[in-house]
Design a protein around this ligand. Structure first.
Ligand code: PLP
Length: 356
């Protein structure tokens, strides 16, 4: 779609070397931007130099949090191609989030064209090296300069890119997780199934408290009974109990439907594993552990792919999973998924979209 304007930077940046990469602190030379107004719809799609922009202090997003985002990655695979993993699912999810937050729908085809064009321009920014990638952050903010409580009439859509290092540069370290029955991330009927900035704001306090106690993240229980497992930190969660893979179902609307989650379910089923999407109480998890049937616990998300859980603390009842080592299933799934992403394994489900 050639109506995407391109203004090239006159001051290209020095690219970082692979070893110094952290998560989300360096941005590439260019970004994609488009604007929305009620009368024009989305207009002026353009790729411009990455940089700050000026806004009014009354900008609606600052006050009422009408903001959503996505997160996906571009990889340099072992053949030297730049590829993305299920990007159209991310764009579709952006529109589901948009609907819930009264943000106008984007044209998914246009966003995909924009992303491809941006990635082609920035292809040299995709790091090479095991586990490295270019993190892609599309987001939408409400831009009316107004304090009235209502959906904004104007918006900005951005895609920014950030080269990121290997999540497991020092090998897999299963995380210690604090089970909270004091704080909740999302309630039924709320924003839980959307990638809304507000969900992250809601999660910070509990995560900080868990960190002070020496835990990496929080395991969230349902907002109503505080007994059913929902998510772990900003990831979906899986349990392998007596050979069966169990993950909370998305039915209640308080859980984010992760693309990694869906990929794990699809792969596991294709390998002959039984997968159950259902309610699972923290009680059941502890009971399975007591009976020696809790074989693996892991989080799933784009950033870490698979994040093995080595310890749970629920009201000071501490259980260790696989003696704090990474489980066999976690490792196998990590190798399988990253194998597909980096071109070492066959892409049987058509998940890979080649950029260039
Ligand atoms: C983004 C996110 C996930 C993981 O989704 P992926 O599509 O797998 O990256 C899980 N839970 C929450 C709350 C999230 O925001």
């Amino acid at each position: 779609m050639s109506n995407i304007q391109f203004i090239k930077t006159s001051t290209p940046k020095q690219r970082p070397d692979n070893d110094s990469l952290q998560f989300g602190s360096i941005f590439t030379d260019h970004m994609f931007v488009m604007d929305y107004s009620t009368d024009k719809g989305w207009y002026d799609p353009r790729i411009v130099p990455y940089g700050p922009f000026e806004v009014e202090p009354s900008l609606m997003t600052f006050h009422y949090g009408q903001a959503i985002f996505e997160g996906l990655k571009a990889y340099r695979n072992i053949h030297g191609d730049i590829v993305t993993f299920r990007p159209l699912d991310n764009i579709a999810r952006l529109n589901r989030s948009a609907e819930r937050l009264c943000i106008p729908q984007v044209d998914e085809k246009l966003v995909w064209e924009a992303l491809k064009k941006l990635l082609e321009i920035e292809k040299d920014w995709v790091p090479d090296g095991e586990g490295t990638s270019l993190y892609i952050r599309p987001f939408i903010i409400a831009t009316d300069p107004s304090l009235g409580v209502r959906p904004s009439d104007t918006y900005k859509f951005f895609i920014i890119l950030s080269p990121v290092g290997a999540y497991y540069a020092e090998g897999f370290k299963p995380v210690k997780i604090y089970v909270t029955d004091k704080y909740v991330r999302a309630a039924r009927g709320g924003l839980g199934y959307t990638k809304a900035a507000a969900n992250y704001a809601a999660s910070l306090y509990a995560a900080e408290e868990a960190k002070k106690k020496g835990y990496t993240q929080v395991l969230w229980l349902d907002a109503c009974s505080h007994s059913y497992v929902e998510e772990v930190g900003t990831m979906n969660i899986f349990f392998k109990i007596d050979g069966v893979l169990v993950t909370p179902s998305l039915e209640g609307g308080s859980i984010l439907g992760g693309i990694t989650r869906d990929s794990v379910i699809t792969l596991a089923e294709s390998m002959g594993y039984k997968v159950e999407e259902r309610l699972i109480s923290i009680q059941e998890v502890y009971e399975a552990h007591r009976q020696g049937k809790l074989e693996d616990v892991f989080g799933t998300g784009t950033a870490a792919v698979i994040s093995p859980v080595g310890e749970l603390n629920w009201n000071d009842n501490i259980i260790k999973i696989n003696d704090g080592e990474m489980g066999e299933f976690s490792k196998m799934m990590y190798d399988k998924l990253t194998g597909i992403q980096y071109g070492k394994e066959e892409d049987s489900f058509g998940w890979i979209e080649k950029i260039c």
